[in-house]
Design a protein around this ligand. Structure first.
Ligand code: ADP
Ligand code: ASP
Ligand code: MG
Length: 422
């Protein structure tokens, strides 16, 4: 008998019909003799709806206590869908029970809206599994040491599922979603994107961190740390398809290179519209400017991604970096009030209309000229590159957001990733 964790995303849980279909699929797995833990997301659109309500009522400068309430609120979306799934399973004649994150408990730190899981007590779940129940663990939520409800960041149910699978040493964690696996790029942007039957853990980690929202990055980190067998597959196949066929479908995240692994130099293209660019212009070029600018930003708990410092001219330079959209206004304000006067810089400008496009592939380690193919392709399309960053297995560029889809399609083609090119 194996212990299997299933996770169902928002679209998969999007209506009572969909929940009923999920229940039938889970019942099939339970009847095949598996111990089943299921982690559902909120019904699609529900988290956005709740957060929009809060925004309508929010104070002008929200404090920590606002974010506490935001988590109280957002956590209700998953709580509702978990109870509905338990009811749907009971209707299928399957003994089922749902638990909130704090009933388990799933213990997190206190970083509201982006909390990290610290520990999971699996005693209650184990006892129910032994008693023959299907256990539903509510996704996206936990509880901090003081008993406050926390949520794990957008897309966080993936992380709940993988963390539960890791804590319980599950045989496999299956992430059911609205596409049938991990593709060379978002299939909603490039229609001939190709599904990967396997993707290496390292590539998946890069793709998730660079914006492919098919898996939340922290879920991939958990899978890597605890070697959780992780697969992404569709919840839109008929629920009664053969279980062996289903278990082999989708995309498997692999930890070792094996012969079956696809040998592309570039495996995927990711993009991210969530970042904005901030530039401090006319900074006197002397030692310590990076520290003075970025130190102040870090002290305000603002995460910085890409950084560029221009060549200096007449003893002055420009310094640019990217931050998340949600931190944009705060960063500009901080620079204007605290950094510019101290540094004697000229001005601060922001650009919210940028995006980051990245190519990812472990083959990039052993091949030269990959980045230059990327730059050539973009220049042939007349797309200006504003920033570049590289690591062993990825190259990212920041470009004007209006060229994002054009860039992704052109790069997808340039690296031969489309369906019929293999
Ligand atoms: P869920 O609600 O099931 O968690 P998400 O919307 O969070 O689903 O993630 C699935 C979506 O991720 C897909 O609908 C697809 O548009 C998007 N996506 C982005 N990049 C990729 C990729 N490389 N492969 C597959 N899907 C991707
Ligand atoms: N419901 C949450 C969100 O929309 C978590 C998730 O779907 O994974 O971000
Ligand atoms: Mg998701």
């Amino acid at each position: 008998m194996s212990l299997i964790v299933h996770k169902y995303g928002g679209t998969s849980m999007g209506s009572t019909e969909r929940i009923s279909s999920v229940a039938k699929r889970v019942a099939k797995w339970a009847r095949a003799g598996h111990q089943m833990v299921v982690v559902p997301s909120a019904m699609s659109g529900e988290t956005n709806r709740l957060l929009a309500l809060a925004k309508e009522l929010a104070p002008a400068t929200p404090s920590d206590s606002y974010y506490r309430e935001l988590d109280m609120l957002a956590a209700t979306g998953e709580q509702a869908s978990s109870a509905l799934l338990a009811i749907a399973l009971q209707a299928q004649g399957v003994d089922s029970v749902s638990y909130t994150g704090w009933q388990i408990p799933i213990r997190t730190d206190s970083a509201y809206t982006k909390a990290r899981i610290e520990s999971i007590d699996d005693a209650r779940v184990r006892a129910d599994l032994e008693a023959g129940k299907v256990v539903i663990v509510t996704g996206f939520q936990g509880q901090d040491a003081k008993g406050n409800i926390t949520t794990l960041g957008r897309g966080g149910s993936d992380t709940s599922a993988v963390a539960v699978a890791a804590a319980m040493k599950a045989d496999e964690c299956l992430i059911y979603t609205d596409v049938d696996g991990v593709y060379t790029t978002d299939p909603r942007v490039v229609s001939d994107a190709r599904r990967l039957s396997t993707v290496s853990f390292e590539e998946m980690l890069e793709m998730a961190s660079l914006g492919s929202k098919v898996l939340q990055i922290r879920s991939v980190e958990f899978a890597g740390k605890y070697k959780v067998k992780l697969r992404v597959l569709s919840s839109f196949t008929p629920w009664d398809i053969d279980i062996v066929e289903e278990a082999r479908s989708g995309t498997l995240i692999t930890f070792e290179e094996d012969e079956n692994m696809e040998k592309a130099i570039v495996s995927g293209i990711a993009f991210n519209r969530d970042e904005t660019k901030v530039s401090v212009l006319g900074v006197p070029d002397k030692p310590g400017i990076a520290y003075q600018i970025l130190g102040a930003v870090a002290d305000a708990n603002i995460e910085v991604d890409m950084i560029i410092q221009n060549i200096s001219k007449d003893g002055k330079t420009d310094f640019s970096f990217t931050v998340n959209h949600s931190d944009h206004a705060r960063t500009i304000d901080l620079l204007k009030t605290q950094v510019v006067p101290k540094l004697g810089a000229q001005e601060v400008v922001g650009d919210t209309k940028i995006c980051k496009v990245s190519i990812v592939g472990i083959g990039m380690r052993s091949h030269v000229g990959v980045a230059s193919t990327m730059f050539r392709t973009l220049s042939e399309e007349g797309i200006n590159i504003q920033m570049i960053s590289t690591s062993e297995i990825k190259t990212s560029v920041v470009i004007d957001e209006k060229y994002m889809e054009l860039a992704v399609r052109a790069l997808h083609k340039a690296f031969g990733l489309e369906c019929d090119s293999k």
